[in-house]
Design a protein around this ligand. Structure first.
Ligand code: GLN
Length: 478
C-alpha cells in the first residue's frame, strides 16, 4: 500500500493534503466507535502534508513515507505534544523532546495524525487498562482490539492510518496484530532506539511497525531502525533497506515448529489455521522440522517477575515531583493540604495509577526487596538465560520458529477483566521473543475466513529481520 500511495503522490494523482483529509474523515466517522486515538492533531497533520506537496511541486525527491498518514502509540514522545501513556498520572504531560523514532518518522516527512490508546504504561493485553477509553476491534466491536498497542493496531485495521508504531514488551505489537488482522513486528532488542519512549521493562521493550503487509512493515522499519547514541542498548548494526530483501521465495528455508507447546490450551480454529499455514509453507518449498524449546514453559512466570521488577524501578520517577500530576492539584484530594513530602508521593501515586499498574508495582517492589531478590529476581534471570540458550541451540538447526501468535482469537470486552491471570495467558507464545531478544512478527493466517482474525508468529535469528519479513511477504503474495 505504501509504495502505491507514494506513486500516486509523486505522480500528482492525489496530493498529501487530500490523502490526509481522507484519513481524518475516516477517523471522524469510525473513531467514535473504535476509540483508537487519544489525541488528534489535524492542523499539524495538514500543515505537514502541505509542506510535502510543496516539495513535490519544487521537484524535490521525497521519501517513500513522505506525505503518508500514520499514528504513534501514546507512550512515544512528540515534542510539544501531550504524551500520557494512557495514565492519569501523565494526563497533562507535554513532552519536551522528540523520541528518536519520532524524529526519524519526521525526517521521512511522514504525516502523524495523532497519538493512540494503550493499556496504562503498556501494561495489559486489551487496552481495557487505559485510564481514558477501551479501543474496540474494528472487525467486531464487541471484541477487544488486544493490547497494549490496541489503539495503534486498530487505527491501521480500520483504515484510519496507513501504518502505526507500537511498543512490545511481552507481545504488545504482535497480540493485537493477531486479534485485528494486521502485520506487526517486534524487532531484535537493540535494533530500534528506545530513547524518548516511556519505559515499561527496559530489557524487554522494543518499538516496532504495524501495517497491512510485510512490505509496508519493512519500509517503516528501514526508516526507524539503526544506531542511536542516546540509547546505550542500541545496537551498532548497519542500516538496511529491508524492503529490498523481499524475494518472494522461501525454498529450502528451515522452519521449526515446537509441537510440544501446542498440545493443550489452543482454540480449535487457531489450531486449524495454524496447521493449514504449515502446509502452505511446505508447498512454498520450506522445510518444516519439529523442535523443542524445553524452557519455554517458564516464559510467562519469568516474564511476570522481570517485567514488574523493571516497571517498578522505571515508574519510581512518576513521583509528582520529577514527573506527573501532583496530588494537591487533583479533585480526589477533597481540598486537603499536601501534607508531608511522603504523603504527597503516596497520594499522587494512589490517585495517578490504575489498579493493574498498582498490582505490578507492588509485585515488582516485593520481588526487588532485599529479602526476596535472590529467590525471585535472580532466579528468574537465570531461567531467562536458559530460555535464550534454547533459542541459540534451535537456531543451529533451523532458520525460523513458527507458532500461533495467541492461543485464541480476540475475546469480548469485559470478558477477562476480573481475572488477570487468564489475561496474562494471551502472551504465552510471545514473551519468549522479548526474554531472548529475537525478532518476531505476527501476520494474518486465516485471511479467507469471515471470522475474527488469527495470527501466526514467526521468530527469527537475532538481527535477521530481513529473513523474517521475506518469509511473511512470501506467505502473503505467492
Ligand atoms: N500483555 C503483556 C503485559 O500485559 C505485554 C505488554 C507489552 O508488551 N507491553 O505485560
Amino acid at each position: 500500500m505504501i509504495k502505491e500511495l507514494h506513486e500516486k503522490i509523486i505522480s500528482g494523482d492525489v496530493t498529501s493534503v487530500q490523502l490526509t483529509e481522507k484519513h481524518l474523515k475516516t477517523i471522524e466517522e469510525k473513531d467514535p466507535q473504535i476509540e483508537a486515538f487519544l489525541t488528534i492533531d489535524a492542523q499539524k497533520a495538514l500543515k505537514d502534508a502541505a509542506a510535502v506537496d510543496a516539495k513535490i511541486k519544487n521537484g524535490e525527491e521525497i521519501d517513500l513515507l513522505a506525505g503518508i498518514p500514520c499514528a504513534l502509540k501514546d507512550n512515544i514522545c512528540v515534542k510539544g505534544g501531550r504524551t500520557t501513556a494512557a495514565s492519569r498520572s501523565l494526563d497533562n504531560y507535554i513532552a519536551p523532546y522528540d523520541a528518536t523514532v519520532t524524529k526519524r518518522v519526521g525526517d521521512a516527512d511522514a504525516i502523524v495524525l495523532g497519538k493512540t490508546n494503550l493499556d496504562e504504561f503498556a501494561c495489559g493485553s486489551s487496552t481495557e487498562n487505559s485510564a481514558y477509553q477501551i479501543t474496540k476491534n474494528p472487525r467486531d466491536i464487541q471484541h477487544v482490539a488486544g493490547g497494549s498497542s490496541g489503539g495503534s493496531v486498530a487505527s491501521v485495521a480500520s483504515g484510519e492510518a496507513v501504518w502505526a508504531l507500537g511498543t512490545d514488551t511481552g507481545g504488545s505489537i504482535r497480540q493485537p496484530s493477531s486479534f485485528c488482522g494486521t502485520v506487526g513486528l517486534k524487532p531484535t532488542y537493540g535494533r530500534v532506539s528506545r530513547y524518548g519512549v516511556i519505559a515499561m521493562g527496559s530489557s524487554l521493550d522494543q518499538v516496532g511497525p504495524i501495517a497491512t503487509s510485510a512490505e509496508d512493515v519493512a519500509i517503516v522499519l528501514s526508516r526507524i531502525s539503526g544506531h542511536d547514541e542516546h540509547d546505550a542498548t542500541s545496537a551498532k548494526s548497519s542500516d538496511k533497506k529491508y524492503e529490498d530483501y523481499l524475494r518472494g521465495d522461501v525454498k529450502g528455508a528451515k522452519i521449526g515448529v515446537p509441537y510440544d507447546l501446542l498440545k493443550e490450551g489452543i482454540a480449535d480454529d487457531v489450531k486449524e489455521s495454524f496447521m493449514n499455514s504449515i502446509e502452505k509453507y511446505k508447498e512454498l518449498g520450506a522445510k518444516i522440522e519439529e523442535i523443542s524449546l524445553p524452557h519455554a514453559e517458564y516464559g510467562l512466570p519469568v516474564y511476570y517477575i522481570i517485567m514488574p521488577a523493571e516497571l517498578s524501578s522505571n515508574l519510581a520517577r512518576i513521583d509528582s515531583i520529577r514527573y506527573g500530576m501532583r496530588a494537591n492539584d487533583h479533585e480526589g484530594r477533597d481540598g486537603r493540604d499536601a501534607g508531608s513530602v511522603i504523603e504527597q508521593y503516596m497520594d499522587s501515586r494512589q490517585y495517578g495509577f490504575g489498579p493493574e499498574v498498582k498490582r505490578r508495582l507492588m509485585l515488582g517492589t516485593y520481588i526487588l526487596s532485599a529479602g526476596y531478590y535472590d529467590a525471585y529476581y535472580k532466579k528468574a534471570q537465570k531461567v531467562r538465560t536458559l530460555i535464550r540458550k534454547d533459542f541459540e541451540d534451535v537456531y543451529k538447526k533451523v532458520d525460523y520458529i513458527f507458532t500461533p501468535t495467541t492461543p485464541e482469537t480476540a475475546f469480548k470486552v469485559g470478558e477477562k477483566t476480573d481475572d488477570p491471570l487468564t489475561m496474562y495467558l494471551s502472551d504465552i507464545f510471545t514473551v519468549t521473543a522479548n526474554l531472548s531478544g529475537v525478532p518476531a512478527i505476527s501476520f494474518p493466517i486465516n485471511t479467507e475466513s469471515e471470522g475474527l482474525p488469527i495470527g501466526g508468529q514467526l521468530m527469527g535469528k537475532w538481527f535477521d529481520e530481513e529473513g523474517l519479513l521475506n518469509a511473511v511477504h512470501t506467505f502473503e503474495t505467492v
